[in-house]
Design a protein around this ligand. Sequence first.
Ligand code: G3H
Ligand code: ZN
Length: 283
Amino acid sequence: PLISSTEMLQIAKTNHYAVCAFNIHSFEMLQAVAEAAAETSSPIIIQTSINTVKYLGLNYLVAAAAAASENTGIPITLHLDHCTDFDMIVRCIRAGYTSVMIDASMHPFEENVRQTRKIVEIASAGGVNVEAELGNVGNASEDSLPGVEGLELADPEACKLFVESTRVATLAPAIGTVHGITRQHPEIDFARIGQIAENVDAPLVLHGGSSIHAAHLRKAVELGIAKVNVATELRVAFSEAIRQVFSSRPEENDPRRYMNAAKEAVKRLAIEKMEICGCIGKA
Ligand code: G3H
Ligand code: ZN
């Protein structure tokens, strides 16, 4: 079945491992990450941005995630990533998403609290997990250095107040990571992760899982990160595999063949991330 991630992430936090949350952009990617979880008996969160919901279709997505869980025997959380749109969140919950992220981190603290609280009220009635962000996880642009510059990191005291005022189940504090692939590994503020984990019981989420050095990721997980988001690396691997098929066999015209190569690449990468996060065998 599709399950809320609240309990799964609390168990992960207590036991010092993290659940991988993979962004998917196609049904093949959904199959690939579900197979990775099944093969390694790992818990898994499958997440989509709003644009992916628009591209693949809400009902298709819920049905495919439910089928993946049924076929693999692994409980799956279907999560809506970075959403600023209240109506979209409600639609996803109604359609069967079991976790949602309200991202009001670009607003002042009080407004972030207000919006998050509103979503917590709506979601908790149906046992749906809620994630919110505090501070600012940057975006890597083509030429940007990993610069922590311009990033507004989450204040540990503010995190405590935020979780108390919103009762949000999972918190994504900005701790120095950036979205996308950066030329150097971003500088993570490990001390800050430790302080935040001490201040709040809510499992912590790390955004921008693609650019992080494996050892840094492991350390962040030990300190209290219980959910690790990975998006860019997966779609790059997926696309690169297809590119390779066509460069060696330009006449290839069977989607089952080139998609299979892409699925295998995503599956391998997903298993690597699960190993780093320590969630293998924890399903
Ligand atoms: O919300 C999604 C993630 O934070 C993914 O970040 O593209 O750097 O892996 P990424
Ligand atoms: Zn993110």
